[in-house]
Design a protein around this ligand. Structure first.
Ligand code: I3S
Length: 128
């Protein structure tokens, strides 16, 4: 079981707060709704949680820490997309199922790290 635990830790690649909006669902365009999201890259998935800061302490329950949604990175596409927003540091993630997300951070180094880390996972999955 120690090996299992170690494997779990290895698969956790990155976690942090990013601004996020979904702009398409199954190829159908959606209205933007930017919000701060706790983003976790684990294994082949990008998992989104509600920003813990946006929840009042009284409303926080262990059950509320379940993910809002998650994205399978296999076959996904990643592109810088500053033309799609007035915000800076925006990239677009498109899944094979046609769901599209914009992710953004005010911090240049942080968004670049996220871009590179997600790109590495997508490239690794492409080679499998
Ligand atoms: O690309 P858009 O449609 O100009 O995106 C902006 C709008 O979604 C706006 O909301 P409403 O027009 O629904 O009120 C958002 O508040 C903006 O943040 C969106 O633009 P940015 O440039 O921030 O991605």
């Amino acid at each position: 079981w120690i090996l299992t635990v170690l494997t779990c830790f290895q698969e956790l690649e990155k976690a942090g707060l990013l601004n996020k909006t979904k702009i398409a669902e199954g190829g159908r365009k959606l209205r933007k709704n930017w919000c701060s999201s706790w983003v976790v890259l684990v294994g082949n998935s990008l998992v989104f949680y509600k920003d813990p800061k946006s929840q009042s302490p009284s409303s926080w329950k262990p059950g509320s820490s379940r993910p809002e949604s998650s994205v399978d990175l296999r076959g996904a596409q990643l592109h810088w997309a500053n033309e799609l927003s007035s915000k800076k540091n925006v990239f677009k993630l498109r899944t094979v199922t046609g769901n599209e997300f914009l992710l953004q951070s005010e911090t240049d180094s942080l968004i670049r790290e996220w871009y590179n880390t997600i790109k590495n996972v997508i490239d690794r999955l492409d080679r499998e």
